[in-house]
Design a protein around this ligand. Structure first.
Ligand code: TIU
Length: 225
């Protein structure tokens, strides 16, 4: 059996490589650049950029092996019909979802701030899931896309670890997907929350899934495909 060396134990890869997908969560300007939703919430966004090279390495490797790469984007339609008032009102920011910011309307689909950062730009034909919530399964076509491609294993990356990434991992785990969170390809505005998330995902024998480094994932993929 082919595996990725991981915690809390080796992550078994599926026999058919086409069942594995890379999921890149919300690597959009809103969260990684000044002037977007992340900064509007009071965060120092600069620390998130450190994971871009690792995510890029994984994206390149999955593409090179012809494996599926899925990106998500958190955002709302221009009339905010899919944004619960509770989400818009939460916090004490001057800039709320839908307001005009330095990168266009905050967290609105199609605005400059909502775009995936140029380094990780999806290729034509790659799946990009727009999502109104923190979890990528909530009110999206993700489950249908995964089913139609017979995907069973998700290698998960992106931001932020304890918000959209963890919510998506938990949603995926409950749906029966074998999830591996890549330790150095996910980041939070709060290092202690990132660490806690890694710990809780792999606790209790991998109650939500596995964790491994980018290097370990790449090494596993090499023996696999
Ligand atoms: N605020 C925060 O940490 N994250 C989000 O609002 N969305 C995602 O995690 N993508």
């Amino acid at each position: 059996m082919t595996v990725i060396a991981a915690q809390p134990y080796d992550y078994p890869l599926p026999v058919d490589s086409r069942r594995i997908a890379l999921v890149i969560i919300d690597m959009q300007r809103d969260f990684l650049e000044p002037g977007g939703f992340g900064e509007a919430l009071g965060n120092d966004v600069s620390r998130l950029l450190a994971i871009v090279p690792a995510v890029k390495q994984l994206q390149d490797a999955f593409r090179a092996h012809g494996l599926m790469v899925i990106q998500t984007q958190e955002g709302h339609c221009p009339d905010l019909a899919d944004c619960p008032p509770s989400k818009r009102e939460r916090g004490q920011s001057n800039l709320k979802i839908g307001d005009q910011g330095p990168m266009g309307r905050i967290l609105v689909l199609g605005e400059p701030g909502n775009a995936i950062i140029p380094d990780l730009k999806p290729k034509p034909g790659e799946t990009v899931i727009a999502k109104p919530g923190k979890g990528a399964f909530y009110q999206t076509e993700l489950e249908e896309v995964l089913r139609s491609h017979a995907i069973s294993h998700l290698i998960v990356t992106g931001v932020t670890t304890e918000v959209c990434v963890q919510t998506t991992l938990r949603e995926a785990n409950d749906r029966g997907y074998e999830c591996l969170l890549v330790e150095d390809a996910t980041e939070s505005y709060f290092p202690e929350f990132k660490q806690a998330t890694l710990d809780m995902v792999r606790a209790q024998g991998g109650i939500v899934g596995w964790t491994a480094t980018t290097e370990q994932v790449l090494a596993g993929l090499k023996t696999f495909v």
